[in-house]
Every structure is written in C-alpha cells, then in structure tokens.
Design a protein around this ligand. Sequence first.
Ligand SMILES: Cc1cc2nc3c(=O)[nH]c(=O)nc-3n(C[C@H](O)[C@H](O)[C@H](O)COP(=O)(O)OP(=O)(O)OC[C@H]3O[C@@H](n4cnc5c(N)ncnc54)[C@H](O)[C@@H]3O)c2cc1C
Length: 417
Amino acid sequence: MSEQHHTVLIVGGGAAGVSTANNMRRKNSTIDIALVEPSEKHYYQPGFTIVGGGAYTLKKATKNQADIINPSINWIKEYAESFQPDENKVTLKSGDILSYDFLVVCPGLQLDFNKIDGLVETLGKNNVCSNYSVDVVEYTWETLQKIESGNILFTQPPMPIKCAGAPQKIMYLAADRFRKKGISDKTNVEFFNAGPGMFGVPFFAKALTKVIADYGITTNFGHNLVAIDGDAKTATFETSDADGNKSTVTREFDMIHVTQPQSAPDFIKQSPLSNDAGWVDVNQSTLQHTQYSNVFSLGDVSSSPNAKTAAAVRKQVPVVVDNILKLLDNKEVAEGYDGYGSCPLTTSLNTVMLAEFSYGGKVTPSFPFLDPRTNSRLWWIGKLIGFPWLYWQVMIKGIRFDIPHKASYVEKLTKED
Ligand SMILES: Cc1cc2nc3c(=O)[nH]c(=O)nc-3n(C[C@H](O)[C@H](O)[C@H](O)COP(=O)(O)OP(=O)(O)OC[C@H]3O[C@@H](n4cnc5c(N)ncnc54)[C@H](O)[C@@H]3O)c2cc1C
C-alpha cells in the first residue's frame, strides 16, 4: 500500500475529467495534476445515438485515453473506491491512498440494470437493445436492419438520466428507417415514458409532439419499464391511476430499445460528498462542494440541476478550473455556470432539432439566426461532423471555446407560444 500527494486530483477521466485536466494544464504549465481513470478507452457517448441508428461507427466514437490525456498529467489507471474529505484523501480499489490539495469529482453516473428484472440476462440478445451500453450499442443497428414488421418499443426511465433526449432520438431514427424501407404500415412504434411528457422544456416538448405525431408513434406516459422477458419477448411496465394505485401492463415486442434507470455511482452515494439523492453536493453556480471548499464536481455526477450532457461539461470546465486557480491564488471563487446544457435531437436521418437551455428550462440558443425548433439539416451535419470535432479537437484538448448562449435570441418566439 502506497500514499502519494497531488496538488489537483481528478477522479474520473470521461468528458469532464480529461477536459478539466487538459484545460488546467493549458492554464498552468507546472501545476501537479493526477487523474484517476481505470479505462484505457474513451468514448464520445453523444455519438452512440447515431451508432445505434446506423449513421456512425463505434470506432469513430472511441479513442485511447493515452492519446488524449496530456502526457504531463499523472494518469493513475485505477478505480477510486472511497473518499475521506476530512483528511483530503481518496482510497483506491488497490488500497493505495492519494492525498490532495484540491479534488475534482467526475466519475459520471451508473446505469441501474438491476431495476429492470431480466434485463441483464437478455440485453444484446432477443432484439433487446440499448444505446446507453457501449458493449451493445452496435446491436441496436444490427437489430434495426433485421426488422420487417411488428411492435417496436422505446422506453424512458424516471429522470434524471444523461442526455434526456436520447431515448426518443433513436426512436425517430428507427421510424425514419422504417419509412425509407417502406415498412411503416407493418411496424407499430410506441414510446413508453415513465415521465409525464415528451421533454422537460415545454418549448421543445411542443415541437417534439408534432414530430412524434408525424411518424404516427403512439405515446404511453407514466409507464415505467420494470421487467423484461427476452425469450417470451414481453416487457412489463408499472403505471399508476389518478389516485396513485399501481398496476402493471405487459406488452409483446419484436424489438425493444431500453434506457436503463440511472443514478450516482454507489461509491459516491456512500461517500460523505453526496447529498440525499446521492449526487455530489455542489453550489450550482460555482460547482464548489457545499461543505468541503477544496472539492469541486462537474459532469453527470454533480448535484447541479442542469441537463446531464457533454454540452454542459463544456461550460462547466472553465468554472471549475478558474475557481481552483483562484483559490490557489488566495482569491474567492466566482459564480460562472448558469445551467447550460444542450441536446441535439435527431428527428430524422438528416435533421436535428438543437435544444439548448439553462437552469429553469430557460431556452438559450447559441445561434440567433434559426428558430431552435426547426428540424434542421445544418445541425444534422453538426451531429455527424461538427459536434464530434468540437468534442475531440477542442473540449477534450482543454481548449476553451465559448459561443455565448442567449435567451434574447428566442424571447419573441417564446412569447408567441
Ligand atoms: C446514448 C447517449 C447519448 C448522448 N447524447 C448526448 C448528446 O447528444 N449531447 C451531449 O452533450 N451529451 C450527450 N450524452 C451525455 C454525455 O455523454 C455525458 O453527459 C457526458 O459524457 C458526461 O461526462 P462525465 O465526464 O460526467 O461522465 P463520463 O463521460 O461518463 O465519464 C465518466 C468516467 O469516470 C470513470 N469512472 C467511473 N467510475 C470510476 C471510479 N470508481 N474511479 C475512477 N474513474 C471512474 C469512467 O470510466 C468514465 O471514463 C449522451 C450519452 C449517451 C449515453
């Protein structure tokens, strides 16, 4: 068992961790930074929707961590296991201990497979798919190509989940494939959503209601997937009536795309850093921990009530980096994050509705020239080429690239609604 000290220790080397480490290095060429990340591979998860939809490859969405982490950063290829913030220490799975001056916590969230009975046994077989699991994301496309007819179901669990639009994005790609293949009249596509509506931001929910109606997709709100039998090809949903009485509904499927329920990783829930819901408890504007002033958190694991997206991470990284550098310089932390998140909703195989919003569901686009509810070909090119480029070549490299997002761009449209 060994013990090492680092000035800045980052736990989790996904979108948030690698961007934070590389950006801090650009801001300060000498500061001692260590990054705890067990995986050799780094995934561009926003690409998983189009991998499943057959418009992108997993290869393009994957890079070696060794190629993207600045070599001057001490990469510790290990799992963090527990936190001792009163002693400024993190214990790794190996038993080794790391101490720090500043800690950044960003290990993402966990997929709770066990909340759906039978899912683990059948995922990746029996036409049971999920774009959320890297191991089976390619199976979605494999299955979609085989479908000629039948019941095709798409599920969405209770919030919060990462990229809240992703459960329906793959549904539109599938429905457009069926349309192009001429089998729309032989397929019955249905959306089963544990929540009450199409999207958390009413401005976009309305526009998506039109998209779904255009495809003739049936919606089933308040339906939470609780069990799946892959061999029998049945899915069971829990639903409740107006008085809160629960019952279950079982439906047959020919293909099902499942979005797993999600929560903070167990080792975070069990740590002194978490709030009652399990997320790392931070101030939503400074991203500083509410009790431990030398601890920060960003990305999916943070308690800040934004949409859990890589787009949010892009705006959070400079806030965390600048605040740590300020504290090192004996200055006060500053508020800098307004809850920005973005969800490029793939509404067909050549269009995207670019939903951008901030805390409180305030619509805040980056571009003044287009109604954000437009099903745009431009943003489809963005999804295929522009956004992956922005991820790998800008954000992950630690380069700051801030296009201001403004509510004023849509205030007129919002009032008209
Ligand atoms: C299907 C899908 C579609 C999406 N679409 C979009 C989109 O269109 N636009 C968008 O902006 N976002 C999208 N997202 C969301 C986006 O990918 C995430 O919000 C983003 O990756 C969050 O970054 P993160 O660093 O917090 O977590 P992640 O990128 O998930 O990284 C977490 C890292 O922590 C590591 N880790 C886990 N446990 C430990 C441990 N014990 N010790 C150390 N390290 C650990 C993991 O190995 C991983 O590398 C999508 C996600 C999915 C799955």
